[in-house]
Design a protein around this ligand. Structure first.
Ligand code: TYD
Length: 137
């Protein structure tokens, strides 16, 4: 997988003076059936999250509130993506290394996942990940 395959997807936004609404349908707005949802919140200033790649799980990240950065690596290229809109999501295919930082105060990161949580689906060691993608450090 290459960083170019990580895409910002525009979600539907129903503007309403009573408050805006966005919805996500599995296999329509995201290219997988959603099996799991989790969220990061109460992230202290200066904290880093992520620091892993997934072997087969797709994820879709949204800044539901506030903002944060996602650093993407594929072993060859690196890119920093700033998420700050609740109607934009970042699609992360498997085998992309991701780190998250620069969380604004009160921010919430929602993650949709194509698989149930499975600790064996993770690379948490960067050199091991590089080896898996055929890059010698
Ligand atoms: P971790 O993957 O380290 O969080 P992040 O990469 O976002 O910094 O997960 C933190 C802990 O939560 C770890 O013990 C595994 C657990 N966890 C689950 O039990 N289920 C889940 O769906 C997720 C994402 C994590």
């Amino acid at each position: 997988m290459k960083i170019d395959q990580c895409k910002i997807i525009d979600l539907p936004k129903i503007n309403d003076p009573r408050g805006n609404l966005t919805f996500i349908e599995g296999s329509r707005h995201v290219p997988f059936d959603v099996k799991r949802v989790f969220y990061l919140y109460d992230v202290p200033g200066g904290a880093d999250r992520g620091g892993h790649a997934l072997k087969k799980c797709y994820q879709f990240l949204i800044a539901m509130s506030g903002s944060f950065d996602v650093i993407l690596k594929d072993g060859r290229q690196e890119k920093r993506v700033h998420l700050n809109r609740s109607y934009h999501g970042l699609l992360l295919p498997p085998m992309i290394w991701r780190e998250m930082d620069n969380f604004s105060s009160g921010s919430v990161c929602l993650a949709l996942a194509s698989e149930l949580y499975d600790p064996t689906d993770y690379y948490r060691d960067y050199p091991e990940y590089l080896k898996a993608v055929g890059v010698t450090a």
